[in-house]
Design a protein. Structure first.
Length: 539
């Protein structure tokens, strides 16, 4: 017979069992604590954490997954993960990733696109790993970090960087154009001036007069081109005149024909009789260039570019295409192409600054916003009609002006005034000094020409009453024209001064007037313009 355990032995046995039970209870509590901790991590994690069975069906779908992908946990459980968050665009790569993880290999973090329940794409960093127990695949854990906002921020940063680069390009263009304008206008002034001198010495019936007239016309056209360059570089000043824009449109079409591919056919329908409009002619040229260039870019394989110009009356209903446009009489400039067209979505943004659908390097996104800005300045509006595959039509409406059109060339007045006063003409370009000395002496004035502004100032200091008028260039080495004018006025406050410039950022008509300068003139100067200004200042 087995001997019964003693009381002491039973007590020890009970204590051992109680100790084992306490240990088990602590382990169970620790397991519950750890389970709650893991559940809390899953619940509060901002990332999508998804566990899958070996068949790639969802077992756990945390709140982060609900937020990122839009499915509730109840909707997601039991469904294949790729059916939930993949689409045809990324399904192939998703299946490759799935096979890799199910074969027991972890998936390194990678940027990818997944989709929400409503079909919107989500930029994510995806990673995954197999769940193994004793070497056997029990399932998969997939992790998705939503980086959509970060990607948007990166794209916005790149967009701003592109804008900065574009702005720097325009600044450099403006600086270059300003330098070219100053030198080129001096050269044009010499060509124009000597042409007028030769014309004045020949009888009106001389056959050479026609050839010289063409030289003068070309010089004036070149002057306008320089003005247009300054406008493109945002350095020009608006010069509003009441004009007929038909000659500008015709001239622009001739210029564009040489720069637009021969595969694009030009057609134009310009009304013979047109209402005048109050505009800056160079800005009308800019509108034409932008619209026609855009039209040609839309027809890379060729097509028809049509330009129309006519009077148009808009009633209250017809003017509703552009908010703020008043009913009334307008001049309508239309540019149409037979190109690829603009989608409805893009039509909403085509006038946004820096927005462009062209490839990098083929457009700045500034052409149409500039056109809209110019047209709105005049109180006009723009109507756009387009459809994919059916081309695009831009209609620019410019308000008709009251009163007759200004003459194309204000300098072409019949009378050139003369005089006998004493003039000091200062310019660092020797040939320009010689030219204008001849011009003004031919009108009866006593002219002293100097090309050194510092010596000219000494001359005036030595004899403040020795001249009746100072005509000076603005940009000169040693002493600029505005500083020369200020020094002269300090010596003799009643001195009459005309300040001329081929181009300068430092001075404008208003600032010259504030300085005390009697007249501000832009080169190149025709004899008519110079003579009238001299006479008006002296009188």
């Amino acid at each position: 017979m087995r001997e019964k355990p003693s009381y002491e032995a039973l007590q020890q046995r009970v204590k051992a069992l109680e100790k084992e039970a306490e240990k088990r209870r602590r382990v169970e509590l620790e397991l519950v604590k750890r389970q709650k901790y893991l559940e809390s991590v899953l619940h509060h994690a901002p990332d999508a954490i998804v566990t899958l069975d070996p068949s790639h069906r969802v077992l756990e779908w945390n709140p982060g997954a609900e937020k990122i992908f839009g499915y509730s946990s109840e909707e997601a459980r039991g469904r294949d993960l790729d059916d939930l968050v993949s689409r045809a665009e990324v399904e192939g790569q998703a299946h490759v990733n799935t096979r890799k993880v199910l074969s027991g290999h972890p998936l390194d973090p990678m940027e990818s696109v997944r989709y929400r329940k409503d079909g919107t794409p989500v930029q994510v960093i995806a990673s995954g790993a197999p769940i193994l127990l004793d070497g056997e695949l029990q399932g998969v854990v997939a992790l998705y970090t939503d980086i959509t906002e970060e990607k948007k921020a990166q794209e916005e940063s790149r967009r701003l960087e592109r804008q900065l680069i574009q702005a720097q390009k325009y600044e450099a263009l403006g600086t270059l154009t300003g330098g070219i304008a100053h030198d080129f206008n001096n050269i044009l002034g010499i060509i124009l001036g000597y042409t007028e001198i030769v014309q004045a010495r020949l009888p009106a019936s001389d056959p050479t007069q026609k050839a010289l007239g063409e030289v003068k016309t070309a010089s004036l056209r070149a002057r306008d081109i320089v003005s247009q360059l300054l406008t493109f570089a945002r350095k020009g000043k608006e010069q509003l005149q009441i004009i007929d824009i038909r000659p500008i449109v015709k001239e622009c079409l001739k210029m564009l024909r040489s720069s637009i591919p021969a595969s694009v056919e030009f057609r134009s329908d310009l009304a013979e009789s047109l209402d005048p409009v109050k505009v800056d002619g160079t800005q009308i040229h800019q509108i034409m260039v932008n619209l026609c260039t855009n039209a040609s870019h839309a027809m890379e394989d060729g097509g028809v570019l049509r330009v129309e110009l006519e009077n148009s009356r808009l009633d209250a209903d017809a003017a509703t295409f552009d908010p703020g446009l008043e009913p009334g009489q307008y001049v309508r400039l239309a540019v149409a192409d037979t190109g690829q067209g603009i989608s409805r979505e893009n039509q909403k943004r085509i006038f946004d600054p820096y927005y462009t659908t062209k490839e990098l390097g083929k457009g700045s996104g500034l052409g149409l916003p500039v056109v809209l800005g110019i047209v709105k300045t005049y109180g006009g509006g723009i109507k756009v009609s387009s459809a994919i595959g059916k081309g695009t039509r831009f209609e620019v409406y410019l308000p008709a002006a009251r009163g007759g059109a200004s003459p194309a060339e204000a300098e072409a007045g019949p009378e050139i005034p003369s005089g006998r006063e004493r003039i000091l003409f200062v310019d660092d370009e020797r040939r320009y000094v010689e030219l204008n000395q001849q011009r003004l002496e031919g009108l009866g004035y006593v002219v002293t020409g100097m090309h050194d502004p510092l010596k000219a100032l000494e001359r005036i200091k030595a004899d403040p009453r020795g001249f009746d008028l100072l005509i000076t260039d603005m940009t000169m080495p040693g002493l600029t024209g505005d500083r020369l004018a200020a020094e002269v006025l300090r010596i003799r406050p009643d001195f009459s001064i005309i300040l001329c410039t081929g181009y300068s950022e430092k001075i404008s008509e208003d600032s010259a007037r504030d300085l005390g300068v009697a007249r501000y003139l832009e080169k190149p100067l025709s004899l008519q313009t110079l003579a009238v200004a001299v006479r008006e200042v002296l009188d």
